[in-house]
Design a protein around this ligand. Structure first.
Ligand code: HEM
Length: 483
């Protein structure tokens, strides 16, 4: 007589997990590093448990390609996590929206109306103005021979560029501290929240995260309400910023009105989208610029070579402009090298498996989480040769690798359907800020400090910023007074 036996699932190998907490105790404060170590032992497709949630951790370009290209559609959703419930209006934005028609329509809207190349370029004047102000203030510090908090400066100028482009106004201390809120949001979104991993523990809020998130979300909402209302009152100033572009689309069909289901975005969706774009844009661009300056300061050879390129291509009597960026090949390699060592989003934004599926000979269950350890891939000697720890932009001379998500060695912006839609915009800002900082100034370390003394500690969240601020002395180096 034939008996039915359920075939045993063959999950990828992984460390033994404990009841209830799974492998959470093995992640520590810097999960990307601990996951790298675990993967070295268990393999580049590894399974762990975040509490009770089965999770697949991918740590090689080949495995990343398998999941993000061959099986992209099946991993194009996001898990519903508490942070996105509170901090993204119940996933009504874009970053944490589950895969489906709402996400598809919203993503299309953002890509076409807000993040296209031509839109990104239309904000050139705004970037020039804001950077001009920042350079002016650095120049004053240079004249006085002062140390400046460069990390903070970078954060402020990127924040001003982002808030003016998205919300139409500069940072306003009385009204809001969006940078603070964004930092909090990212820390919370990256934290492995027990409530997400062991759902029945959620009600106890053992880590106090829900309380912090509720507080942050209330503040954010007040700010966004105020800004939207101001825009609605000011009707003759159309199409200046993202709020102006989104407001006329409120309650309008996003897809063809003849379709069976017609989707619209309401006020809450607009707030959620604005918030996603704010956080995504200024945190990532600030973080990578800060890391790149740190690497340049630690590697005077590279700094000098970049300054040489700028001298040759631009000269010393004017500032770099956006139209020059395409000619700065070494800068391009410096930025790639920086993303290799410091991928801003080390584990990418988590994906969720939509259906039971077999990948690479393993069974991956529906609802499993997928994390891609881009940090580990960037430091794998099998991918990059033995000098992985060295900041060596020249490695890209012979390797035709770009950041567009086709080269799985370097996934700074992710890949596939959920890849970052703000790449073009983000890269313009990052390259321009870096080029100007390096072209206009030499940077001296505080007395007695050597390049190798610069700390490179990280803080883990959804993004991976520096733990400490960079303190340096600017020395103006252009001829004339063009800034
Ligand atoms: C320079 C900096 C940036 C880096 C390194 C970066 C990186 C990333 C990464 C790794 C992801 C996740 C991709 C995945 O799951 O495969 C992502 C998603 C996203 N990024 Fe960026 N990003 C940057 C700048 C921006 C900017 C300037 C914007 C918009 C103003 C933006 C908007 C978004 C959005 C909306 C998503 C979610 C897309 C979706 O889920 O469909 N990013 N980004």
């Amino acid at each position: 007589k034939k008996t039915y036996t359920k075939t045993r699932q063959k999950l990828p190998p992984g460390p033994r997990s404990l009841p209830i907490i799974g492998n959470l105790h093995q992640l520590g404060n810097l999960p990307h590093r601990n996951l790298q170590k675990l993967a070295q032992k268990h393999g580049h497709i590894m399974s762990i448990k975040l509490g009770t949630v089965p999770t697949i951790v991918v740590s090689s370009p080949q495995a990343a390609e398998l999941f993000l290209k061959n099986h992209d559609t099946n991993f194009a959703s996001r898990p519903k996590i508490q942070a996105s419930e509170y901090l993204s209006y119940g996933t009504k934005g874009l970053v944490f929206a589950e895969y489906g028609p709402y996400w598809r329509n919203t993503r299309k809207l953002c890509t076409l109306q807000l993040l296209s190349s031509s839109k990104a370029e239309s904000f050139a004047e705004l970037r020039k103005e804001e950077l001009g102000l920042a350079l002016e203030s650095l120049k004053k510090s240079a004249a006085k021979g002062e140390l400046v908090d460069l990390s903070r400066k970078i954060g402020e100028v990127v924040e001003d560029i982002s808030t003016r482009m998205i919300l139409g106004r500069r940072k306003d201390d009385d009204l809001y501290d969006l940078k603070g809120i964004a930092e909090e949001a990212l820390k919370l979104a990256g934290a492995f929240n027990l409530a997400d991993c062991v759902p029945w523990l959620g009600q106890f809020d053992l880590q106090g995260l829900a309380k912090r998130m509720k507080k942050a979300s209330k503040l954010i909402d007040q700010v966004l309400e105020k800004i939207i209302t101001e825009h609605q009152k000011d009707t003759n100033n159309q199409h200046r910023d993202f709020v102006d572009i989104l407001l006329p689309l409120m309650n309008q069909p996003m897809n063809n009105p003849q379709d069976k289901h017609v989707y619209t975005i309401d006020r809450t969706n607009i707030k959620a989208i604005l918030l996603d774009l704010m956080v995504a844009s200024f945190d990532a661009a600030t973080t990578i610029t800060d890391w790149t300056m740190s690497e340049l300061l630690r590697n005077p050879r590279v700094m000098k070579k970049l300054q040489e390129e700028l001298r040759r291509v631009i000269g010393m009597d004017r500032k770099v402009e956006e139209k020059d960026l395409g000619k700065l090949n070494y800068l391009d390699m410096v930025v790639k090298e920086s993303f290799r060592l410091h991928p801003v989003v080390p584990l990418l934004v988590p994906r969720e498996c939509m259906e039971d599926i077999s990948v690479g000979g393993y069974d991956i269950p529906k609802k499993a989480r997928l994390m891609v350890n881009t940090w580990a891939i960037g430091r794998d000697p099998n991918v990059w040769s033995n000098n992985v720890e060295e900041f060596y932009p020249e490695r890209f001379i012979d390797r035709n690798i770009d950041l567009k998500g086709h080269d799985f060695e370097l996934l700074a912006f992710g890949s596939g359907r959920r890849m970052c839609p703000g790449m073009h915009l983000g890269l313009i800002t990052v390259r321009l800020v870096l080029a100007q900082l390096v072209h206009c100034f030499d940077w001296e370390l505080p007395d007695g400090m050597q390049p190798n003394d610069i700390g490179m500690d990280e803080i883990f969240g959804l993004s991976l910023p520096r733990a400490n601020h960079l303190l340096v002395k600017p020395i103006y180096r252009l001829v004339g007074n063009d800034i």
